[in-house]
Design a protein around this ligand. Structure first.
Ligand SMILES: *Cc1c(COP(=O)(O)O)cnc(C)c1O
Length: 421
């Protein structure tokens, strides 16, 4: 069980946001920082522990800078994500470049910034070397265990996943890189997404530590770091519970002692790339009821839509909804909560029990701090919403303004621009 909390009590929240045009995202700074610190503390036993925050989950500078201040690194998967993290103060091994289908420019920029390059495929060794004209001192490979592991709905089964080097290729990859003069080695894997069962992560650690042993035996390489990827879930539904990370950390520590320290493979840096767990519960999409309609079903039409929050339409995900000022009202109505897109799956909730709603009610969609605003798009020429930070001292800061119609028109060339050939 987890209680769906608001960042402030209803009255204070209503008062704070009364003049802000909806829809918008709101993030809770104190909760973000407390959670991030707690996470780091849980792994304080691990040598040089680091979480490379998955920038794609929330590429908003004011938020990720706060994480970087706490010692987090960044996991980047595109050139703009690299630049964004760099502009927020990161460089060198604090940046992990985990792209797939990687273009040359990304290899080049990652190398210039000193980021760790995490190669997605054995053929990328040659592609990277051609792009850079050399090999970096440090290299990481993304590992895909294939049929050895089963995935889950969001990420799919490893055998069908496009990511990573296979079991039969992995040792060869390290041998090649050693031959080419690489000095420091790491391995990364990500086989779960939004997983709540801690044993899944523990098994990933066991698999990777075993692989460290295999690589040591077969390629005579002692790895410098391991990266267990992202994928720790959050309890989106009130009846779900958070992953027991204290247990996970304890189990990984035992495995580390048995499979790494006892076999003389330490010290080995341990890292993650968590995005959702770090921010998910501490972001809210705030939206107003525009229309309540009664067709064959009862609908509540909001002033936001799936272009602002795609998860429900994309994965059928549950996002809890609170109605400001109606926390104590009986939930005796059943609504489909919809957006304004011309797309019938533009629904935030289907058959949701809610109090009786009316035009002007303010709805809070919970757990939208990660993969929320970031996944937004402009279909139907819907403009992207603003983001605000509720700071630790209770003030409100605009951290990304809403997109304007001018922004939208910016890239258009009404009469077509001549292309020089
Ligand atoms: C998306 C992603 C993550 C973050 O996943 P979460 O579910 O937010 O923890 C980490 N690493 C890689 C390579 C990813 O693609």
């Amino acid at each position: 069980m987890n209680e769906k909390k608001l960042p402030l009590n209803e009255k204070k929240l209503l008062n704070l946001i009364k003049d802000i045009p909806t829809p918008f995202y709101l993030y809770d700074e104190k909760a973000i920082i407390d959670n991030a610190k707690e996470f780091i503390n849980l792994f304080s036993w691990a040598p040089s522990f680091i979480n490379y925050f998955a920038v794609k989950a929330c590429p908003t500078p004011s938020i990720i800078k706060r994480l970087f201040d706490l010692g987090f690194g960044a996991d980047c998967s595109s050139l703009p994500e690299l630049e964004l993290s760099h502009k927020c103060g990161l460089e060198g091994s604090k940046m992990m470049m985990t792209s797939n289908d990687t273009p040359d420019e990304e290899f080049i920029r990652a190398y210039e910034l000193g980021a760790i390059i995490n190669l997605d495929d054995i053929t990328h060794i040659e592609a990277m070397e051609n792009a850079l004209g050399c090999v970096p001192d440090t290299i990481c490979f993304r590992y895909n265990p294939g049929p050895d592991r089963t995935g889950n709905v969001i990420i799919g089964n490893p055998v069908e996943a496009k990511y990573g080097v296979t079991k039969s290729q992995i040792v060869e990859c390290y041998k090649i890189m050693k031959e080419k003069g690489v000095k420091h080695f790491g391995i990364q894997t990500m086989v779960a997404s939004n997983e709540l069962d801690g044993d899944f992560i523990v098994e990933t650690a066991r698999m990777i530590f075993d692989l460290c042993n295999t690589i040591n035996k077969e390629a005579c390489i002692k790895l410098d770091f391991v990266d267990f990827g992202g994928g720790v879930g959050i309890p989106y539904k009130p009846e779900q519970s958070s992953m027991d990370l204290k247990y996970v950390s304890g189990e990984i520590k035992k495995l580390y002692n048995n499979l790494i320290v006892a076999k003389n493979l330490g010290p080995l840096q341990i890292s993650f790339e968590l995005g959702r767990y770090i921010l998910g519960p501490y972001g809210y999409l705030i939206s107003k009821v525009r229309h309540v309609t009664h067709k064959y079903k009862d609908y509540v039409g909001l002033d936001s839509c799936m272009a602002d929050l795609m998860r429900p339409a994309l994965y059928g995900s549950y996002h809890h909804i609170s109605v400001l000022g109606k926390a104590k009202a009986k939930k005796d109505k059943i609504y489909d909560v919809t957006g304004s897109l011309c797309e019938n799956n533009d629904k935030f909730a289907i058959d949701r029990e809610l109090p009786s709603l009316e035009k002007g009610d303010i709805l809070v969609l919970h757990d939208t701090g990660a993969h929320g605003h970031a996944m937004g798009f402009n279909y139907n020429a819907k403009l992207r919403p603003a983001e605000y930070l509720l700071t630790s001292n209770g003030s409100l800061k605009l951290i990304r303004r809403a997109q304007t119609m001018d922004d939208y028109f910016e890239t258009l060339r009404f009469d077509g621009a001549e292309v020089e050939i």
